[in-house]
Design a protein around this ligand. Sequence first.
Ligand code: BGC
Length: 374
Amino acid sequence: MTAVESRAWTPLDLAALADSSLDTIVSLQDPSGAYPASPTFSAYKGYSWFRDGAFIADGVSAWGGIDSATRFHDWCSRILVSRSAQIREIVEAAAAGEPVADERMLPTRFTFDGAEGADEWWDFQLDGYGTWLWAVVEHTGRHGVPLDRWMPAIELAVDYLVSSWRRPCFDWWEEHTEEVHGSTLGCIAAGLDAVAPQLAGDRALAARAAVLDIRALLRQEGVVDGHLSKWIGSPEVDASLLSVIRPLGVFPADGSIGAATIAAVDSQLNHGGGVHRFAADTFFGGGQWPLLSCFLGLALLAAGDRERAMDQLRWAASTVNPAGEMPEQVPDHLLFPDRRQEWVDRWGSVATPLLWSHGMYLRLAADLGLRGAA
Ligand code: BGC
């Protein structure tokens, strides 16, 4: 019997868990505005990611945490503005045909005071800057918060992405730095598309042109068997690609690419509601990630399958521990069981709570209309 079957989660229970998820996130938010990825987990402690944080802020915003989301966007904005000289250098080097080395690109995570920190990480990832642009626009559109305070940072992020979106970089999972990843491209396209109406002159034209180019590249070289592929040229699927359908909306859930991508992830990576990252995943044995179950729920809901979207939310709810904390992954169905212990030895037990898991739960619960049910 799975955990989902062992407890009947009513809409009231599910909404109550969303309320407590919001409390968990807000209580752990640093005074700087940064969301820690996971407050005590060895390898993440003391750092906040643009990727995790943007999705967390979006979930928080969707569940009514206006001030918390605003403070996270302020934190991102301060980081970008403080790095304007570095961004200008990156943009100029790219324009001159001599792009800077990966080590001089923006990192993927920062300490709460905006520094790079002393710990080694697989740092060069472009997706978070696109996702941040998208999340900030979602937040302002949803709540009527003025965008102006973030425009200098938005313009810097746009210039950075327009100059560099074609570069290979690490994917969402810190892997395959030599590839150009479908979900990374999707995050960038979503962000540039979201902010384009706010931009002026050449910057607006460049952003719109990049969106068209990225979408064309994805359609022409980023699709295999009708679904988006893990990276350009890969035959595999990756659950991060669900985000490109929903909530990022680069391809509609009911279009051919959207439907085929949902179907591929559902059939290849979903086991009873719990979604794996990708078929070859050995991290902590390759368990099921509640945040990915929520992405699948969001995509199914966008495709019109509310019942299965609710099941996905219930599955994510079933992963909370007695303290109401959601982990990064659960070990009930491991792809590589004999690879789990090496990660426990290296990094300790699975990151719990993982704020991104709670953030995705909030966005799915909100889209399912559960707010106010508790
Ligand atoms: C994941 C990243 C995530 C980070 C912090 C890593 O293990 O691969 O996607 O951003 O943890 O949550």
